[in-house]
Design a protein around this ligand. Structure first.
Ligand code: C2E
Ligand code: MG
Ligand code: MG
Ligand code: MG
Length: 282
């Protein structure tokens, strides 16, 4: 279409595209080297049990310490990692690193912490994924019961049979499975009950305006009630205020994760947080 508008326009557009693709290429070659150069790191965000106010688990969240651009969040590089297939070795690194951290915390005598790792939608149908997860758990020698795998609704819905087989194998190995960002996809709890799931994470979209928004309150209550009815642990994502926590606890939500209890942080910071008394009720 640009070509039809004349030569000058065509050159303009192609110049733009070159700029775009050379930035993309630079990022891609950087990402290829990130693993070898040890530039990836994991931050850990606490998950807090709302009854005891204790940290019962953490979610491992990937960061890339880019040599020029500084610390990059996953939104800057996970899509590219998925497109290029780099997501596969990256996920192996994430699994190894998170399991090794969990093992170090156990060895240091800390109470057992569940460690959750995120998977990408694109890789859930990868035939080697299951072997990669099982191998990482074995290398670290930690109790597989401490490993939680976070997947999204779209991942299980895309190829439901394959997903069910993979999830059953993870369960058989003793791991826990969480549905991340629940409520934003196209599945229903009725569908999900076919899958061996342990945890439902209510997406931040339904937590953000609690307790003031009547619609969000109704949705959050419904997810909690149905999820608990199915015997699942319910975790609220993106909790930032005492009022949200009050609402969630009153309506039977088990755990919460969000800036209120702590941002994603380095392992040493998490250790300091664990040493402090629980943050008390509002
Ligand atoms: P997620 O799994 O839903 O992770 C929660 C995201 O919400 C994290 O963003 C976290 O920093 C942010 N968050 C936590 N509490 C709050 C809060 O109170 N308020 C607000 N506004 N945000 C909060 P992050 O670390 O940028 O990660 C974004 C997404 O990237 C994750 O969403 C996950 O889907 C993906 N991701 C992270 N690490 C990995 C990984 O190792 N592998 C893969 N495949 N995906 C990952
Ligand atoms: Mg997650
Ligand atoms: Mg989430
Ligand atoms: Mg979310």
């Amino acid at each position: 279409r640009a070509k039809a508008q004349g030569k000058d326009n065509y050159q303009f557009y192609s110049a733009q595209m070159d700029v775009h693709s050379s930035a993309q290429l630079a990022l891609e070659s950087g990402l290829r080297q990130a693993l070898a150069r040890d530039e990836l790191l994991l931050y850990y965000q606490p998950k807090v049990d709302l009854a005891s106010r204790r940290i019962v688990g953490v979610e491992a969240l990937l960061r890339w310490r880019h040599p020029e651009q500084g610390l990059l969040p996953p939104s800057c590089f996970i899509p590219l990692a998925e497109e290029t297939g780099l997501i596969v070795p990256m996920t192996v690194w994430v699994l190894d690193s998170a399991c090794a951290q969990a093992a170090r915390w156990r060895a240091a005598g800390l109470p057992p912490l569940r460690v959750a790792v995120n998977l990408s939608p694109r890789q859930f149908n990868d035939r080697h994924l299951l072997d990669d997860i099982l191998a990482a758990a074995e290398r670290s020698a930690i109790d597989p019961g401490l490993i939680e795998i976070e997947i999204t609704e779209s991942m299980v819905m895309h190829d439901a049979d394959r997903a069910a087989t993979t999830l059953r194998a993870l369960k058989a190995a003793g791991m826990r499975v969480a549905i991340d960002d629940f409520g934003t996809g196209y599945s229903s709890l009725a569908h999900l009950k076919r899958f061996p799931i342990d945890v439902l994470k209510i997406d931040r979209a339904f937590v953000k305006d609690l307790p003031d928004s009547e619609a969000e309150s109704a949705i959050a209550r419904a997810i909690i009630t149905m999820g608990r009815g199915l015997g699942l642990t319910i975790v609220a994502e993106g909790v930032e205020t005492a009022a949200q926590i009050d609402f969630l606890r009153t309506h039977g939500c088990d755990e919460a994760q969000g800036f209120y209890f702590g941002h994603p942080m380095e392992p040493s910071q998490l250790e300091s947080l664990l040493a402090q008394p629980p943050r008390v009720a509002p």
